[in-house]
Design a binder for this molecule. Structure first.
Ligand SMILES: Cc1ncc(COP(=O)(O)O)c(C=O)c1O
Length: 388
């Protein structure tokens, strides 16, 4: 069966597998060698060196992510930040300019603020990331536009097809961070984007036990991305490739539960008297719901909510939880909770946070795959602690 004929669950389970037919095992082996024999003395020319990412153990998760994002080339690297760095540096050089959505993961924000200027690359951040506002920031020296949707922590939704059209018209490369949605819920490349990046640490691996990243796109552009990754030495080692491939086998199954749990929790929280606002693109009242419903197949496992109380009571809410763990990161099988004001946006001044709508009682929730009734009961324990 060809990859193009497979549906997402089949792609998760099978795409990219590199079986060793001599042995007959049904999983991709971990090839530990860092040196490979020449073809004329029994080796295979293609398998040369792990940093080049051409070992079958590395090829397996790379082909799986490419298949899930509906393209012909993928690469797995050592973190989501490495994925972003090599994607951006593949298309930008000193003297170039790049346009970013302002609402971005904190690490991305730090990279564009510190690393890009060090490379002589100028950037503009756009507050309302609709296609027209992003286009207003495009200049003669602009080479790329970068967006993240849904965004962290307020779940702004960017119209991917409109931004991709704009980028094509203006002759610039479009890059989307698809971490929050996952390729099961959203495929930016199918909507016209050139490159998609992931923190594989999150949903792709899905078990909170691995730091990795991925880039996917057409092979012509991916050649340049691969060159940067090889030069900077950020390709993923085979042990982590094994874990990533294994994690991705259940991605579609997990996403279905993440989506369902987050939707049920968003509805539950929206009806709760201690909650002033819920941010989840699946709720009809969310400002990005219309676009999200058009471009996403599921609304994802992440949501935020604001408690209608003093910060010390919001703290008591989180401290009162027994099942949900207070931790940064997201996308694992276990539900995690955190305060963006203390984690992802801690470096921002309180005034800037307020201006962006990130209050001290805003809570971000990564819905795991537990039974949602257990999660709701745990939330009730938290609310009871906050009321005391
Ligand atoms: C949306 C998003 N993009 C990129 C990253 C960076 O990924 P990593 O931590 O794997 O480098 C993160 C990490 O939290 C993220 O949330």
């Amino acid at each position: 069966m060809t990859i193009s004929a497979m549906r997402p669950d089949t792609l998760c389970a099978r795409a990219g597998e590199q079986l060793d037919r001599r042995v007959g095992g049904v999983t991709t082996p971990i090839h530990t060698a860092s040196a490979y024999m020449r073809a004329d003395v029994g080796g295979r020319e293609a398998y040369r060196y792990p940093r080049y990412a051409n070992i079958p153990t590395q090829v397996a998760p790379a082909e799986k992510i490419a298949a899930l994002e509906g393209t012909n080339d993928g690469l797995v690297v050592s973190s989501g930040m490495a994925a972003e760095a090599v994607a951006l540096l593949a298309v930008l050089r000193a003297g170039d300019h790049v346009v970013f959505q302002a609402d971005l993961y904190g690490g991305t924000h730090h990279f564009l603020s510190v690393e890009l200027p060090r490379q002589g690359i100028a950037r503009t951040l756009v507050e309302h990331a609709d296609a027209a506002s992003l286009e207003d920031a495009v200049r003669d020296d602009t080479r790329a536009v970068f967006v993240e949707t849904p965004s962290n922590p307020l779940f702004h939704v960017v119209d991917l097809a409109a931004v991709a059209d704009m980028a094509k018209r203006r002759g610039i490369v479009s890059i989307a961070d698809n971490t929050f949605a996952s390729p099961i819920n959203q495929n930016p490349l199918a909507l016209g984007f050139d490159l998609v990046v992931h923190s594989g640490t999150k949903y792709l691996n899905g078990h909170s036990d691995l730091n990795c990243g991925a880039v996917a796109g057409d092979s012509a552009l991916m050649e340049k991305v691969r060159e940067r990754a090889v030069d900077y030495g950020v390709t993923l080692n085979v042990y982590d490739c094994f874990l990533l491939e294994r994690g991705m086998k259940t991605l579609a199954l997990r996403m279905a539960r993440h989506n369902a749990n987050a939707m049920a929790l968003a509805e539950f929280l929206a009806g709760h008297d201690m909650v002033s606002r819920v941010f989840y693109p699946g709720l009809p009242g969310h400002p990005g719901h219309g676009i999200a419903a058009r471009q996403m197949r599921g609304f994802g496992g992440m949501l935020s909510f604001e408690l209608d109380c003093e910060p010390r009571r919001a703290r008591a809410f989180v401290a009162g939880l027994g099942l949900v763990l207070e931790a940064v990161s997201l996308g694992g099988v276990e539900s995690l909770i955190c305060f963006p004001s203390e984690t992802s946006h801690a470096k921002m001044s309180p005034g800037d946070r307020r201006a962006r709508g990130i209050s001290d009682t805003l809570i971000r929730f990564s819905a795991g795959i537990e039974d949602v009734e257990d999660l709701m009961e745990d939330m009730e324990r938290g609310f009871a602690a906050a009321r005391r």
